[in-house]
Structures are given as structure tokens and as C-alpha cells.
Design a protein around this ligand. Sequence first.
Ligand code: SF4
Length: 298
Amino acid sequence: MKAISLAEPAARETPGVVRARHPHFSASALNAYAECERKWFYRYVCAAVEDPGSAASTYGTAFHLALERFHDRHHRPQPGDTSAMQRDLAHEIEAAFAENRSGFPTAVEFEMQRRRALRTARRYVSWLAAEAARAPFTVIGREVPAQLDLEGFAFIGFIDRLDRDERSGTVSVVDYKTGKIAESAQEYRELVREFGDFQLAFYYWVRTAAGDRVQRLVLLPLKDALLDVRPVSLEVGESITVAELERAKRRMVEICTLLTSKEPRSFGVTEDPGACEYCAYTFACAKRPPPDGERFGR
Ligand code: SF4
């Protein structure tokens, strides 16, 4: 039998510089970086795999589209219009889900998500009517482009909705959320303070630069059809300070500086297995943390 001779190991490559490929940044890209540096590297540097999306992400896309169209007609919600608003939003949900049918892997999944959206939409309208009775407001923007230059770093994004309070003239920035979010204003504030989320801070600075008096930052949960809609709402100056929003802005600039520097660096994996649950790169990521339940089994 012929002897097998092992090849010499390949020489280790000299570490090279990895830099952000895109000329612009977004708050969601920095959120991905804060959640897991390796995820940011796979998604924004390598474009390692094309994320095919999921029923959950298509649910979000369709719901956002339905609300954008709905508020085109109902830009000044009235408590007495509840029935008309229920009818119109149900119509927009049906249309938006039909347009996004191909994003649902099966007919059953499509039907389940469509029904979930219709039930959630009813709760949304109930909340909208109550909110309009409490403090009348006008929807002044839907899917508003958000662009801002932060110390030479160009940021872009879209704001789901902007409302103007009719009594005070102040503006609320509203972000629709169809996935997991902080459960309270306090929890979201902590996330901002720990630099785990930059989205609402970014929108605050975009609209402040545009001349708005931004008073409220709102996360609007649209995930659970069995629960009433209860927004996570932060009053600027009370539940979150301008200084905290300023710190978040400064941290955004620091991260951008790091990501565009010429220093070689590695991108570590997260320690939180929850971040890996829906990550598109789990198959490629050998160093991901084990799921919580398996930690003692390894
Ligand atoms: S699988 Fe987990 S550790 Fe790996 S890139 Fe995704 S989030 Fe990060």
C-alpha cells in the first residue's frame, strides 16, 4: 500500500484590514454591530449569504405597507371614525398581504399571518381612537426619509411615522415594531444608555436638525394579536434626557470611526445566544455561543 504523506500546513495569512463597504451607515446596521460584531461583519462586509427573509419579516413588511397607505387616508384620526378606520385598515391589510404573498413559504403560513395581522389591526385602531381622544394629533409623515451627516459619516434610514400634537405643536417619532422589543420605557432607556439601540436616538437628531420640536419617541408593538396595543413611549427630557441621546450620537460616531479605520481587527461573537436565534449566519458561525439549554451538556 502506498504511504500517505501529509502536506505541509498552509502558511497563515497576514491579517488584513476590514472596512465597512458602504459609503453610508444606518442605525439598524449599528444595532446589528452592538448585538454581535460577527453578525455585522457577515452581513455588511462579506454579504455572506443572501437572507431569504421569513414569514415573520414578510409580516412586518406587509403590515408597514398597510399602515403607510391607511394613514394616507386617515391622517387625522377621529375617535368617532372607529368603524370606518377598522374597515379601511382591514382592506389595506388584505391588499398588502396579497401583494407580499410570495414572501410566505406556505399557504398555511400566509393564512395564519394574515389573520394575525387582521386581529392586531383591530387592536391598533382601538388604540388609535383612544389616543386621538386623549390628545388629538395629525400624522404629518409616513416612511419619511431620514438622512444626517454625523461628523463626516452619512447616515440614512426611514421613519415609519411622524405625528404632530395639535395642542402643543410638538412632534412624536413613531416606529412600528412587529418583532421583539423592550417592554417598557425604562427598559428601552437602559438599552440606549448601554449603546444597544440607536434607532430612536438617530431619528431624534434627524428631526431636530430638520427643525422639529421632538417631544416623544414611540415604539409601537404590532406583534401580538392577543394583547392590546401598548406603546413604549419616551418623553424627551423626562423618560430620556437629551444628554443621553447626545451620548448615543457620540457613540455612533465612535463606532463608525472604528469600522472605517485602517487597523486590522477581528469581529467577536456575541455572548448572548438569544441573538443567534434568528441569525441568517448560524451555519457559518462555528464560534457562536451554545443555546442556553445546552450549556451544561457541552
Ligand atoms: S450566529 Fe450568533 S454569534 Fe454567530 S454571527 Fe449570528 S448572532 Fe453572531
